[in-house]
Design a protein around this ligand. Structure first.
Ligand code: HEC
Length: 279
């Protein structure tokens, strides 16, 4: 009996996974899946972090990096009316975080540091202690923060490229002038109010995160479509070919291609461990 229930659960979950990863535009099938099984919130954090990591990577490596070479601009004050530029990756993340806040996802996100350029990004309380740990270990930290009662995950953000170091060291607001390559510059930090999550909860939060990323990218495209100093064409091409930006579909497809494999693997592993269905 129990085993049958688990199989049914596995099937229901597969339906959801197919919905999200394979046929997202199709409406969800009628069958109401029994997705009540609870997983530790770590599963939610792992899935969201993989997705966000993929998006930041694609944005940095395929938009900002080649864009700068082409002659496109990316700044902090990119939303000002007289500025023709796109958002720096950290500002892009800030935008996603604001979108998440205004959704009903209950998910908190920020890129924190012990030496931040923006005081809003400074770790506080128990976060400081956990950041010290992950600096040494390199592994993510998962803990309950008693100051706000939020389950918290921190994923290390190392200085992976010389541009991280030079931009931060030379920034007028930097509290630290000697960042070096591979230094632990901060941590992508996620917050969630509950200790356990259902599979459905994970998938809906993933969908909300994707929507938030698409919306922020679209704000950039809307602005870029009116650039006059260096007009940008929006469509299928990327900045490596010149003054081009991929449209939101192209951009999100690249993110999904990179992240979906990881996310699916993380989900299947967790579900397999819990249900013994052998997914
Ligand atoms: C061209 C400049 C620039 C580059 C390149 C850059 N950053 Fe930043 N970064 C910023 C700015 C500006 C902020 C503050 C954003 C805000 O106001 O939230 C920031 C914020 C951060 C934060 C949050 C803490 C803080 O300092 O406020 C971390 C961590 C971070 N960046 C890491 C990196 C890493 C790692 C790289 C390279 C992969 C990188 N940055 C590349 C400009 C840059």
């Amino acid at each position: 009996m129990k085993l049958k229930g688990r199989h049914l659960f596995g099937l229901a979950l597969l339906t959801l996974l197919v919905y999200l990863f394979v046929s997202a535009p199709e409406p969800l099938p009628e069958a109401k899946p029994a997705v009540s099984a609870k997983f530790p919130v770590k599963l939610l954090f792992d899935v969201l972090a993989a997705e966000q990591h993929a998006a930041r990577g694609i944005y940095t490596r395929r938009v900002v990096g080649p864009g700068l070479k082409t002659g496109m601009k990316f700044t902090e004050d990119w939303t000002d009316t007289d500025v023709e530029a796109g958002p720096l990756p950290a500002i892009f993340l800030r935008g996603v975080s604001i979108q998440l806040q205004s959704s009903n996802s209950e998910v908190g996100l920020f890129l924190g540091s012990d030496y931040p350029l923006s005081p809003l990004n400074k770790f506080t309380g128990i976060q400081i202690q956990h950041f010290e740990e992950i600096k040494k270990e390199g592994n993510p930290a998962f803990f309950l923060d008693p100051s706000n009662n939020m389950y918290t995950a921190m994923f290390l953000d190392p200085a992976g490229a010389p541009s991280c170091v030079s931009c931060h060291n030379n920034h007028p607001d930097t509290p630290k002038l000697d960042w070096q390559l591979n230094d632990p510059m901060g941590a992508t930090t996620w917050l969630y109010p509950r200790e356990n999550v259902s599979a459905e909860e994970v998938l809906t939060r993933l969908a909300i995160l994707r929507t938030a990323m698409r919306d922020v990218y679209q704000v950039y495209l809307d602005k870029a479509s009116a650039f006059t100093e260096a007009p940008v064409e929006i469509g299928a091409q990327w900045p490596k070919d010149g003054f081009y930006l991929p449209d939101a579909d192209q951009f999100m497809q690249a993110v999904a291609e990179q992240a979906s494999g990881d996310s699916l693997q993380t989900l299947l592993k967790a579900i397999g461990a819990q249900t013994h269905v052998g997914l």
